[in-house]
Design a binder for this molecule. Structure first.
Ligand SMILES: [Zn+2]
Length: 221
């Protein structure tokens, strides 16, 4: 009996310790609201180079932008955003896995980064949302507008507007999380391809995306 009591006491102590811990977590959660979760998806990778471009391949540009974005968030904004990349190296991730990450994390924003390619005279930035209508459609459009404004006003890009498309990587987003796909200029045009071949400009593009997210989420960074 003594032994049983001893064990019971030990158990009770554990339970009260856990409750105390839970209480601390709840108090802290009220003081420090949860960070906004943002998933950045560098398009293509590995055996899929995307558009070849006049100077660099699409998969390398999109990865560089994503890595710079992570650096800005860390160094300049003290990790104010909880930022996740779908890939941080030259590997190919399936479109389904990219979507799954955003869904599992209950992301506040999913941003797929790409570069455009067409005839040599095509220029400008365009941002896509899914064609499906759902509770997240308007939020996605607002996020797209916020980032488009940064590209137009801060970097001087021509705006080709916000468009809708049936892109697989955006297909589950309409009722789960806000999601957009950014075409950050045409790497088939000489000037925009040259622009995106320069590291300083890649940093500027990453900052424009980050500021667009910040403005959309109303964060005081
Ligand atoms: Zn692409």
């Amino acid at each position: 009996m003594k032994n049983v009591m001893k064990k019971l006491k030990f158990k009770l102590k554990n339970v009260s310790f856990l409750l105390m811990l839970l209480n601390i977590c709840l108090v802290n959660a009220q003081v420090y609201p949860l960070k906004k979760i943002v998933v950045i998806d560098p398009g293509h990778g590995g055996i899929d180079p995307g558009a070849l471009g006049l100077h660099r391949q699409e998969k390398d540009i999109t990865l560089d932008i994503a890595l710079e974005l992570k650096k800005w968030n860390n160094m300049f904004f003290k990790n104010e955003l909880d930022l996740y990349l779908t890939r941080d190296s030259d590997t190919l991730i399936s479109l389904a896995d990219r979507r799954k990450l955003a869904s599992a994390l209950k992301a506040d924003a999913f941003i797929s980064i790409h570069c455009n390619s067409a005839h040599k005279g095509a220029r400008g930035i365009e941002i896509f949302t899914t064609k499906k209508t759902g509770q997240q459609t308007t939020v996605s459009q607002n996020l797209a507008q916020s980032i488009l404004d940064e590209f137009r006003l801060q970097l001087g890009f021509l705006s080709r507007g916000i468009k809708k498309a049936r892109y697989s990587v955006l297909s589950q987003s309409f009722n789960q999380y806000p999601a957009i796909l950014i075409e950050t200029g045409f790497i088939s045009s000489e000037d925009e391809s040259m622009y995106l071949a320069d590291k300083k400009h890649i940093q500027a593009v990453a900052l424009a995306i980050l500021m667009g997210i910040k403005n959309h989420l109303n964060l005081k960074l």
